[in-house]
Ligand binder design. Structure first.
Ligand code: ATP
Length: 289
């Protein structure tokens, strides 16, 4: 095999409780992560050098790219001399709280496992994933998961299919800065994860929508008033519930009425730079040969 294509799906957080800071600097969280139908497309081709060709000039293509981090970790671990050419068709907005970079990193692990015949076990893939970032292990598996620790200890959940409207205001957020401010501001967690997990187990989309909540919203919305504005607009336009994803700034609403969702989409796309109609899906990656 010389080439492989991977579709790498974004995620949203149906809940995010920040429980404390660990000695290694990471935060202990309890969160429900959900794959959604919004994906980057990555083409991998065997090559002598490492090169990333991306259609979005804002994406770093050197050592800072999580794809390059994965390539270098795998080269070192498996003593590989060759490089790889990656064509990255970027559809997931950057620094949006949707784990775009992490999804690309997960795609790189599975692609190189195949192209370089590494025969990696599930544990070996997860180990590399965790070295690259806290969201990468989730992106390898995808679906709906209750995640604990720094986001790497999973319990599988099965969510009823839900239609979503994503709205991202034209600002980019640094995850690290938001967590640093969380620590300084001494906020208390809402502990929403338990309630959302219960609603998911009952298969009740109304109860899910009523309970979705993200602790980090307290920090991000302090600086970006637009987060609360988008939430109000989504609710006014018929969303059953809404919340911010990750450290933001993307906000999503859950809808049970497609006509209302379409109207909300038409109205909001006049105002915000990224408005996307999506749905929940049960996988994180899709491979094509
Ligand atoms: P998370 O939800 O996991 O916190 P995010 O969606 O908020 O992540 P990303 O889109 O992953 O954020 O990007 C954050 C920064 O990481 C970008 O601004 C960019 O500089 C850098 N980056 C590194 N690799 C990638 C990649 N493959 N795609 C996009 N950004 C990348």
């Amino acid at each position: 095999m010389k080439k492989i294509k991977v579709k790498a799906y974004a995620k949203i957080n149906l809940s995010l409780d920040v429980l404390g800071k660990r000695e290694d600097g990471y935060h202990e969280i309890s969160t429900i992560m959900q794959s959604i139908d919004l994906a980057d497309i990555l083409g991998f081709e065997k090559s002598d050098t490492i090169e990333i060709l991306c259609d979005n000039p804002k994406v770093p293509v050197g050592e800072d790219n999580l794809i390059v981090k994965v390539i270098n970790l795998l080269k070192e671990k498996y003593q590989k001399k060759e490089g790889i050419l990656v064509r990255l068709n970027k559809k997931i907005p950057l620094a949006a709280g949707l784990a775009g970079g992490s999804a690309d990193a997960a795609a790189t692990i599975v692609a190189l496992d195949k192209l370089w015949n590494l025969n990696m076990s599930k544990e070996e893939k997860k180990e590399i994933a965790l070295k690259v970032g806290a969201d990468v292990p989730f992106c390898l598996e995808g679906g709906t998961k209750l995640a604990k620790g720094i986001g790497e200890i999973f319990e599988n959940l099965k969510v009823p299919s839900m239609s979503l409207l994503l709205v991202k205001p034209d600002i980019e957020i640094s995850t690290k800065e938001i967590y640093d401010k969380w620590d300084r501001l001494n906020f208390k967690s809402h502990h929403a994860t338990f309630l959302v997990a219960q609603a998911i187990q009952e298969g009740n989309i109304y109860k899910i929508a009523e309970n979705i909540k993200n602790d980090l919203e307290l920090v991000t919305s302090r600086e970006c008033e637009v987060i609360n504005q988008i939430k109000e607009e989504l609710l006014k336009k018929g969303a059953l519930g809404c919340a911010m994803s990750g450290s933001g700034p993307t906000v999503y609403g859950i809808f049970d009425d497609l006509e209302r969702l379409k109207r909300a989409y038409e109205d909001l796309k006049e105002v915000y730079s990224f408005v996307f109609f999506s749905k929940t899906i049960d996988k994180g990656l899709e491979l094509y040969e």
